[in-house]
Design a protein around this ligand. Structure first.
Ligand code: ADP
Ligand code: MG
Length: 728
């Protein structure tokens, strides 16, 4: 009897390293060559058009129709020179992933032939038939028209044969149907709130930028093995599979030598990324076998997020060239680490000052502490909402599962900053905050290091950690769009900065000098965050769960219930006041989040029950049949001794039969739970019911994994963990 599993394993082992592309020159020679950035704008646009486009990009001055036409013409010429034949508005609907609908440049020329055409109108706005994207009911299907509109702050790029125009996606009635629109609004809200505060310290500040440096974790699996795992193919994760005898216990994969097939893949991704202007910087093996990470240099947040979405697409495509499939699922394999996407986040002024880094002098340091503390206050106030922003069916397997991050959002400051804050509370408000070492050691002095070189006191269990010049929000899932989390974080920070500025204004009107006013306003905030959001201990411990509840932090561990935070009065007030989301948009987003959760979980439920019946029970039955055959032969050949000789087989048959009965019963229970959820009308109720199905799935899996351990290896129909994780 042929075994598919052995065939695919053999094929996977035979794979050769595919040489990466050999681009002409060094990365700096071709960096950004497929992006319509400033240098291409200068080359392909006349001086006036260029100036107007720059004003549009930098200052948000809208383009008039004639200029848009000229911009489109320049882009077209550039794109055709690079072999592009199509254009698309490239946007980020609520599906997680990006969307594109290609249209050829080709148009009739009016005399029977064709020409390439691209107008300003189709650059600026398009109307895809968008009725099938999730909208949470905003856009009933009879009113299908949503439209996409160019986001000029993110440059146009060429992917394969298509000119891609980064765009927002909104309903005809104006509501956002995507991730980009609210992100842009939230980033603007932060700048608007931060600038007046910065001006207290430096009146020249005009704009505050948000920066994002993401770290993308992912798994690579050989595509032959992938294709033999229906669960991976349809759900992105293994719904069953006994743990491998060896997995990550030896920590020998982390930072280890990158396997050659994987290294070739990484090089190709980097070359493609550089051409797209994505400043990829870091690559390494991660903790779990066949798990890797990639990180760029940080960039302005909206651009950085587009770049993350772009590189995820590039990785999916290039993986196939190397015979791999890339898994962005947060937990593709049970029992080993899952994948996240740490969001390194900071704020900086247009005058070049990092607001989350110590300053050059006491004033700069006061500004730093002001932003540092207010960010923490924002995280404190909206900790439940921040958690909701990363809650998804996939991330449910990481949240609260003893793996970064725990299902409670707390912040880690490190010893240095904790000590600084405590000292500030004790000392008079006009004590200057000095750079350590500059004034010699002294009592009654608050000192901070100029640079936090010592990052050794990093706490890996904290979802929101200060890492020297930025915060690292670690709870974001690897498959997620960072905009979900960044929108919430930015809005929360904007709200807090506004409140704080108003308090400082009051204190100054009352006659206090700036430094004293700021510090007097900071002190109660510091006292509150130290007692509430700041936590330096082990975020996975049970004591922390109790302590966090006592502190009033959100300890909800059910994903459908976490999502409810979006509708909490404090969240609605936050978003509507800042104009980030309307109440309708918020309601719609919750619907979409719940629906996505249920849909994913119920697909998994269907898949697992079918695999139990179609793959697992037949393998168990075949093994049982062989054991019984062996028992029969013993009986025929050794009639006197068969009881004793066949004891092992008989025992195995019993174990096997018991497991099969258990699997059948659990599969039936899973089906029943799934059907119950499918019958629910209301999105929240359905998600809660789906969560019960997820529990049933876990119970089903236990029996299956035990049967895998027991059954003849030659009969097991699915690639095993040791094969999926160690062939590369
Ligand atoms: P680690 O794994 O040690 O946290 P990495 O080098 O993998 O560090 O990733 C750090 C990420 O943080 C990079 O994307 C980097 O560009 C980004 N980063 C560094 N400084 C800042 C900053 N001030 N603001 C935002 N992101 C930053
Ligand atoms: Mg990190």
């Amino acid at each position: 009897m042929g075994n598919l599993r052995f065939d695919v394993v053999q094929e996977a082992f035979k794979k050769k390293v595919v040489s990466p592309e050999n681009p002409a020159g060094k990365p700096s020679d071709y960096f950004g060559s497929l992006v319509f950035g400033r240098s291409n704008m200068r080359r392909y646009l006349d001086a006036q058009t260029y100036q107007r486009l720059v004003r549009c990009v930098d200052d948000g001055v809208p383009l008039d129709a004639a200029t848009a036409d000229k911009v489109a013409e320049g882009m077209k010429v550039w794109a055709l020179e690079h072999g592009a034949t199509h254009i698309t508005h490239w946007f980020q609907p609520l599906t997680e992933g990006t969307a594109e609908k290609h249209d050829a440049f080709l148009s009739p020329d009016g005399s029977g032939g064709v020409i390439e055409q691209f107008s300003g109108k189709s650059l600026v706005q398009q109307e895809p038939d968008a009725s099938s994207f999730p909208s949470g009911g905003i856009r009933a299907t009879f009113e299908a028209r949503g439209y996409t509109a160019w986001d000029p702050t993110s440059p146009v790029f060429i992917e394969d044969d298509t000119l891609c125009i980064p765009s927002v996606f909104v309903a005809y009635t104006g509501e956002a149907l995507d991730y980009k629109t609210p992100l842009k609004k939230a980033l603007k809200a932060v700048s608007d709130a931060a600038v007046p505060l910065c001006r207290l310290f430096d009146p020249k500040v005009q704009h505050v930028y948000s920066y994002l440096g993401w770290e993308q974790e992912y798994f690579l699996v050989d595509e032959d093995l992938f294709a033999a795992r229906p669960d991976l193919m349809l759900t992105g994760r293994t719904l069953m599979g006994h743990s491998s005898s060896k997995n990550q216990q030896l920590s020998d994969h982390y930072f280890g030598a990158i396997p050659s097939r994987v290294a070739a893949f990484m090089k190709d991704v980097e070359i493609a990324g550089y051409k797209l202007g994505i400043p990829l910087k870091t690559r390494h093996n991660e903790v779990a076998p066949n798990q890797f990470e990639m990180a760029p240099m940080f960039e302005e947040a909206n651009l950085a997020n587009d770049h993350n979405q772009m590189i995820m697409n590039v990785m999916k495509r290039i993986a196939r060239k190397h015979g791999f499939v890339v898994l962005f699922h947060e937990k593709p394999f049970e029992g080993i680490n899952g994948s996240g996407k740490h969001n390194n986040w900071s704020l900086g002024t247009d005058t070049g000052v990092g607001l989350l880094s110590p300053g050059k002098d006491a004033r700069g340091n006061l500004q730093f502490v002001t932003f540092f503390v207010n960010v923490l206050a924002a995280v404190q106030k909206h900790n439940g909402l921040l958690k909701a922003s990363v809650a998804s069916a996939n991330n449910a397997h990481r949240l609260g599962a003893h793996e970064a991050p725990p299902a409670i959002v707390s912040a880690f400051l490190g010893d240095t900053m904790t000590a600084v804050l405590r000292k500030l509370l004790e000392l008079p408000s006009d004590t200057p905050i000095e750079i350590a070492g500059k004034k010699g050691r002294g009592v009654g002095l608050v000192e901070i290091p100029e640079i936090f070189v010592d990052n050794t006191d990093r706490n890996r269990t904290s979802p929101f950690a200060f890492t020297g010049n930025r915060f690292e929000f670690r709870a974001v899932g690897s498959s997620a769009n960072c905009a979900g989390a960044l929108t919430v974080l930015s809005a929360a920070v904007a709200e807090q900065l506004k409140t704080f500025k108003a308090d400082v204004d009051k204190a100054m009107v009352a006659g206090k000098p700036l430094e004293t006013a700021v510090m007097d306003c900071l002190k109660p905030v510091i006292a509150s965050i130290i007692d509430t959001i700041c936590f330096e201990g082990n975020g996975y411990s049970d004591e922390w769960k109790k302590e966090a509840a006592r502190r009033g932090l959100d300890t909800e561990s059910s994903v459908p219930k976490m999502i409810c935070q979006y509708a909490a009065p404090s969240s609605v007030e936050l978003f509507t006041k800042l104009g980030v989301y309307t109440p309708v948009e918020l309601e719609a987003r919750n619907e979409v989040k719940w629906e996505t959760y249920s849909t994913k979980v119920l697909i998994e439920a269907r898949m697992a029950a079918r695999m139990a019946l179609n793959h697992i029970l037949p393998a168990g039955a075949e093994y049982q049949r062989r054991l019984l055959e062996s028992l029969n032969l013993l009986r025929q050949n050794f009639p006197a001794d068969c009881e004793r000789l066949g004891a092992t087989e008989a025992g195995l048959v019993r174990e096997c039969a018991a497991l099969m009965a258990d699997i059948k019963q659990k599969a039936d229970a899973l089906n029943a739970a799934r059907e119950a959820a499918e019958d629910m009308e209301d999105a929240f109720g359905k998600a809660v019911a789906a969560e019960k199905a997820a529990d049933r799935l876990r119970e089903l899996r236990t029996g299956i994994d035990k049967l895998e351990e027991l059954t003849d290896n030659a009969l097991w129909p699915l690639p095993k963990y040791r094969e999926l994780l160690f062939i590369n």
